[in-house]
Ligand binder design. Structure first.
Ligand code: ZN
Length: 323
């Protein structure tokens, strides 16, 4: 099995961006005290939103050009069709699953209140929400980068599909998925804390060297890693000869959804194998538009707006978000 340097580097950088932002988000969270509910509404929530949005912008900047780098290493170059441009502001306007970012982060406060209702002191209750804040931050950032790469692949007709690159030794549920080639229009399945990335290729034959053999992957892990990743029982079953793919539960895919505010995952579910349909849906939902250049997120400037609040968007962004 071959690994592209570009993919290795991309995975490491994206991990670092998500990790750093999660760390910052927890530091913001830790400013809360006994009066956390008021403090949250009077500035901490906004600060947290800015922290996560800055991380997402950075992840997008890092992901922008990744496909070119991964293709170049394979001696390939595939341009976007018809000057299709990725609207990064649209990506940033909601969470990857279509919620407001503030609404997602509010769950940290809700969990803390539930803990207090269950008898915890305020300090323990706040500490108890730290993990949620950290994983909500890093998962949102990773999914944003992944969505950007999915869109970027879709707008390039030369990119026939992708292979999933695992990061050793995590992602039990992804091992089976990493053994197969996926067409570009197949949504990139991602579970909480998943750090897998796309490896873009031209077609199924070109994907061959980058596929992970699940059994070889399993054997490459130490016994302790095998137990940690697969669980002791399943790991033992595989050591006893069971096929890892049958042991691994694949995540159920979403049902067909019809909506004017589709997430990237929804779009690929609805479009199936039809790239034109995916492009149409990406355009209808504001993720792609026709103009010469990629609209890059501004990373060096802190955007003081809450991009999840429609009132703070420009009219063009609002239109894109509302479509
Ligand atoms: Zn994964």
């Amino acid at each position: 099995m071959t690994t592209l340097q570009a993919s290795k580097r991309e995975q490491a950088r994206q991990t670092l961006i998500a990790f750093a932002a999660a760390h910052q988000a927890v530091a913001v969270w830790d400013r809360l005290g006994e009066d956390f509910s008021t403090q949250w509404d009077q500035g901490v929530r906004d600060e947290m939103i800015r922290t996560v949005q800055a991380g997402r912008s950075e992840a997008i900047s890092q992901a922008d050009g990744y496909i070119d780098r991964a293709l170049a290493e394979q001696g390939l170059a595939f341009a976007a069709a018809g000057g299709l441009t990725i609207n990064t502001q649209r990506l940033l306007a909601t969470t990857p699953d279509g919620r407001t970012l503030g609404g997602l982060l509010d769950n940290g406060i809700i969990k803390a209140k539930q803990a207090i209702a269950g008898g915890s002191g305020w300090h323990d209750a706040l500490v108890g929400s730290r993990d949620f804040i950290a994983s909500a931050t890093s998962d949102t950032i990773r999914q944003t980068a992944s969505d950007f790469v999915s869109i970027d692949a879709t707008r390039r007709p030369g990119v026939g599909g992708y292979v999933r690159q695992l990061s050793v030794p995590s992602c039990r549920s992804c091992v089976a998925l990493a053994g197969a080639f996926y067409r570009t229009n197949t949504g990139f399945q991602r579970h909480p804390k998943c750090d897998c990335i796309h490896v873009p290729v031209s077609d199924a034959a070109a994907a061959e060297p980058y596929l992970t053999d699940p059994k070889a992957y399993f054997n490459s892990l130490s016994r302790a890693q095998q137990d940690a990743v697969f669980g002791e029982r399943d790991a033992q079953a595989i050591r006893d000869g069971a096929n890892p793919v049958t042991v691994i539960n694949k995540r159920a895919r979403g049902q067909n959804k019809r909506s004017t505010n589709l997430t990237i995952d929804d779009i690929y579910t609805v479009a199936g194998d039809n790239r034109d349909r995916a492009i149409t849906l990406l355009r209808e939902n504001g993720y792609l538009s026709e103009s010469g250049r990629v609209t890059l997120a501004r990373t060096n400037r802190v955007d003081r707006r809450d991009l999840t609040d429609p009132r703070q968007l420009t009219s063009a962004e609002r239109r894109a978000a509302a479509q």
